[in-house]
Design a protein around this ligand. Structure first.
Ligand code: NAG
Ligand code: NAG
Ligand code: NAG
Ligand code: NAG
Ligand code: NAG
Length: 516
């Protein structure tokens, strides 16, 4: 029996590795960065040593297939056609990709869908728990911070970035493609930049009315997937399938950045408060993808070169205060996920309110900056520009909390189905493939409860603010009334002892936000 242990460990290790160390969803797989792949527009690699086994077809994992894209009309300000490489994503690059069967996933069908595990991807993965960054143990905090540092240093094992505009992707002189290695964390930054960048119409002629990840319904699904991808990359990097990123409960209503300490995501440099303290390893983080105007002028893409230090703006912050618990509670009352015109002027839209263009009760007030947007403004510096905001590691924990609020909303309104199929801005229709994730994944596939995607939040958004305090008071009164009633009943019919379920169901109907 004892001799079995090392063998079993080795087997287990092998299984974890073989399931774990394969390609994921994001920019372009290195395997498809060749001239042949770009010229044939075919990205169907093999997940095994057998190079001919495209998409793992021989073991029934998937098949090489024509990419499906959204064909419904879009709305919004982008009215041009066929001038942006992100239209009908990813068909400007590849028209054939792996379609994976069952729970298989990845660009070569070599891994499992989020939320599944095992050699055949048929076992539910127990959800990893995303916790409050303030309640992590010293050890958990170190693991998270060290994972971030490693992700900044380590070249992404599977994905490379395009460094040129799609028409110039092949250098005809050298007959080589223009792709570049990038670190795991910088890929995360690049993806965000790529989704918000302008359309390149010519030297210094950017078209700015386009954004595949903000100002529309995909804001929520896009950022959810973005975080999931990073979380899986970090899990692989540290070899722990159960690792979860933490969240930052920014709804403190305060004027201090409580995660901006050297123990967490970096304090202020005393000699220049816009820089990170030299005592924090984040002070060495060089930012990427910040020079949007240069890329527009040169008609090129961010190539991942470091462009200076991370900055936060305690001066610009001025008297801005963070959102409050009441703001969170208030946006969670909005029943509609989104509402026409699915833009920044949508009213009583949960998405637009959480994103921060409406007041927290959903009313439109163009002077207002709320929730998610307000936190970016509060942090300021690198955080204030959407193309470079993801450079700050605070982005990870800020968006985890934003996602936790969405998860609570989804729990409250599970039947709510107002994610639009059409007339949302480009990239935001329900069946659009989110840009630039690869292999293709639609907004709809991510608009599901987080446990189905393999994670959950250790959070209780029930006690968010006064209005919910009122709820608790009302709830307690109701519970007391029910209790008195039951006691009366009990006194009358002593033999019947079914009051407990009655009490708890009466209570549950009021305290509906427990156990998020
Ligand atoms: C460029 O390289 C690819 C393979 O790498 C080859 O198939 C193709 O013929 C080459 N084209 C030219 C013009 O040399
Ligand atoms: C890119 O990274 C891969 C894997 O780490 C490595 O094999 C390759 O040589 C790198 N390419 C360049 C141009 O640095
Ligand atoms: C990368 O981009 C920067 C800024 O746009 C540019 O200065 C640099 O030459 C580029 N590097 C390469 C290798 O293309
Ligand atoms: C915050 O500062 C602005 C000007 O910088 C001022 O107009 C505003 O009244 C201030 N708000 C509060 C709440 O102090
Ligand atoms: C919302 O904004 C869009 C684009 O700016 C504009 O065309 C539309 O008229 C606005 N709708 C409302 C109801 O304000």
């Amino acid at each position: 029996m004892k001799r079995m242990v090392p063998l079993m460990k080795a087997l287990l290790c092998w299984c974890v590795l073989c399931e774990f160390a394969r390609g994921v969803r994001a920019q372009f797989p290195r395997a498809c960065s060749t001239v042949e792949a770009i010229e044939s527009k075919r990205c169907c690699p093999s997940p095994s040593a057998d190079a001919e086994d495209a998409c793992g077809a021989r073991s029934g994992r998937g098949a090489c297939d024509t990419v499906r894209t959204d064909t419904r009309p879009w709305g919004g300000t982008y009215t041009l056609r066929n001038v942006d490489d992100r239209e009908r994503w990813p068909t400007k690059f590849y028209t054939q990709t792996c379609t994976c069967f069952g729970n298989f996933a990845g660009y070569d069908c070599g891994e499992c869908k989020f939320g599944w595990t095992g050699p055949n991807c048929n076992l539910r993965k127990p959800p990893v728990k995303r916790k409050n960054i303030m309640s992590l143990s010293v050890e958990e905090r170190q693991i998270f911070l060290e994972a971030l540092q490693r992700s900044k240093r380590t070249v992404h094992p599977q994905y490379v970035i395009a460094t040129e505009h799609w028409l110039g992707l092949i250098d005809r002189e050298t007959n080589q493609t223009r792709f570049s290695n990038i670190s795991v964390y910088d890929l995360f930054v690049w993806q965000h930049y790529y989704s918000v960048r302008d359309t390149l119409l010519g030297p210094g002629r950017p078209f700015k009315g386009i954004d595949f990840s903000h100002k529309g319904p995909a804001f929520i699904t896009w950022h959810r997937y973005h975080l999931l991808s990073l979380e899986r990359d970090l899990q692989k990097l540290i070899g722990d399938e159960n690792f979860a990123i933490p969240y930052w409960n920014f709804a403190t209503g305060g004027s201090e950045c409580d995660v901006c300490t050297d123990e967490l995501l970096g304090g202020e440099d005393p000699s220049d408060p816009s820089l990170i303290s030299p005592r924090s390893p984040f002070s060495d983080w060089g930012i990427v993808c910040n020079s949007l105007d240069d890329y527009n002028r040169l008609v090129t893409l961010c190539n991942g070169t470091r462009e200076g230090p991370l900055r936060r703006g305690p001066k610009e912050r001025g008297n801005i205060t963070l959102p409050t618990k009441d703001d969170v509670h208030s946006c969670l009352q909005l029943r509609d996920f989104d509402r026409p015109p699915y833009l920044t002027n949508s009213t009583f839209s949960f998405r637009n309110t959480l994103e921060g263009f409406d007041k927290s009760d959903g009313e439109l007030d163009s002077a207002v900056t709320g929730l998610h947007n307000l936190v970016h403004d509060f942090l300021s510096g690198t955080n204030a520009l959407s193309h470079s905001a993801a450079n700050d590691p605070i982005f990870v924990v800020l968006h985890a909390f934003t996602d936790a609020i969405f998860e609570e909303w989804l729990r409250r309104f599970p039947k709510e189905d107002s994610f639009p199929e059409e007339m949302a801005p480009i990239g935001h229709n329900r069946h659009f493939n989110m840009v630039p994730f690869f292999p293709p994944v639609t907004n709809e596939e991510i608009y599901i409860p987080s446990v189905e995607l393999g994670y959950s939040y250790e959070i209780d958004l029930a006690d968010a603010g006064q209005s919910s305090a009122a709820f608790v008071v009302a709830g307690s009164c109701l519970a007391l009334l029910v209790l008195i009633l039951l006691l009366v009943l009990y006194a009358r019919q002593r033999r019947r002892r079914e009051y407990e379920p009655l009490v708890s169901s009466g209570y549950a109907a009021v305290k509906y936000t427990e156990d998020a």
